[in-house]
Design a protein around this ligand. Structure first.
Ligand code: NCD
Ligand code: ZN
Length: 352
């Protein structure tokens, strides 16, 4: 087969992103904005984004942090708690502030302590979301200490997702950052008007061995934690299948080196700097480069009922050396971010 020297794609979007706030927001936003036109912005700030006013203010801080000349639209989400009111969600959705709402089971991941303790607490919220056709984005892991961490996603499907979708069959659900063959199967078998999933670059590239290769590798620790090789293979097949229920969501989740390289390190992989190149590498390895555009730029808007972007982006077959860390002027080593693929060579480069 002829080797492509460049790919022209409709401009993609990132359907799952952590932008953080303050100085960190300023540091990480350009990496996303240079590739993606829009992103679903996760609400797990401290304190979390639980009101329309907080989301408007956060959206404004994102706009202010965007460098001159860059164009980027943040799509805001509400952080569901046991007590959030259906009226607040509906108002935010109707006013075009909340694109969706995010369900974190309490204590499932970073900054999720205020999440939902039991799904029965938010029955009225889910009823309302279904009625107004507001998508529910799910971190799909049980938090029970007696469930092995590698099984938490599969158990969540059985215990919570299947009953939830039976109760609310017309609620649009995105099963976020799926990591298992069970999740792939469950989503593939669903009604794709109402069920879809995002897939991250790292879950396509690494399996759980990566976390222990030659020592404890905190840069490969994220939640849901990476799984066995068979699951990575299932995810690669799903992402490159061309099925419209699977689309791009990086889950880029920056933590400073001091938060990662410590005795109790944070979960999260910072993949924004080379996200598209990372996905392109997988699609090429799977012989599916012609399906990258649909995964990155078409399936997401279609599920969310949004227009596809009008611009394009060019991926060139040009080697790049990924920097070992992103520091910069005035940034202490403990505050550096170590990007996914740090120090590796990638065959693709987004043209500037
Ligand atoms: C995310 C973060 O750091 O906010 N971490 C992660 O490992 N993905 C939270 C999340 O999406 O679970
Ligand atoms: Zn996330």
């Amino acid at each position: 087969m002829e080797t492509l020297s460049k790919l022209v794609l409709r401009r993609p979007d990132d359907w799952h992103l952590h932008l953080r706030d303050g100085e960190m927001l300023k540091r990480v936003l350009p990496a996303t904005a240079r590739q993606f036109a829009r992103a679903i912005v996760m609400p797990n700030l401290r304190p979390p984004v639980t009101s329309v006013d907080a989301a408007i203010a956060y959206r404004q801080r994102i706009a202010s942090a965007l460098p001159e000349g860059m164009v980027f639209t943040p799509l805001m989400t509400a952080y569901l708690t046991d007590t959030i009111s259906p009226d607040e969600l509906e108002r935010g959705h109707k006013e075009g502030v909340f694109t969706a709402a995010k369900l974190y089971p309490a204590n499932a991941t970073t900054n999720s302590a205020a999440g939902v303790s039991d799904l029965s607490c938010i029955t009225a919220v889910l009823e309302r979301m279904q009625a107004i056709d507001m998508p529910l984005l799910i971190h799909g892991e049980v938090t029970d200490a007696d469930v092995d961490i590698f099984d938490r996603e599969a158990v969540f499907i059985e215990r919570h997702l299947i009953p939830l979708r039976r109760q609310f069959p017309e609620l649009r659900v995105v099963f976020e950052h799926i990591t298992t063959s069970e999740a792939v199967q469950y989503v593939a078998d669903g009604d794709h008007r109402y069920l879809a999933a995002t897939i991250t670059p790292h879950h396509l590239h690494i399996n759980r061995n990566a976390m222990f290769m030659g020592g404890l590798r905190s840069d490969f620790y994220c939640l849901p934690v990476v799984k066995r090789e068979q699951h990575r293979q299932a995810l690669r097949k799903a992402a490159t299948s061309g099925k419209n229920c699977f689309f791009l969501g990086t889950d880029s989740a920056p933590h400073p080196r001091s938060g990662k390289e410590t005795s109790c390190g944070c979960a999260g992989i910072y993949n924004a700097p080379v996200a598209l190149e990372s996905y392109a590498t997988v699609f090429e390895q799977e012989g599916a480069l012609e399906r990258l555009e649909a995964f990155a730029s078409l399936h997401g808007p279609s599920f969310y009922g949004l227009e596809v972007n009008s611009g394009t982006i060019i991926l060139e077959r040009r080697c790049q050396q990924v920097s070992p860390s992103s520091g910069g002027d005035g940034i202490a080593p403990s505050d550096e971010l170590v990007p996914f693929h740090a120090g590796e060579e990638l065959a693709w480069t987004v043209a500037s």
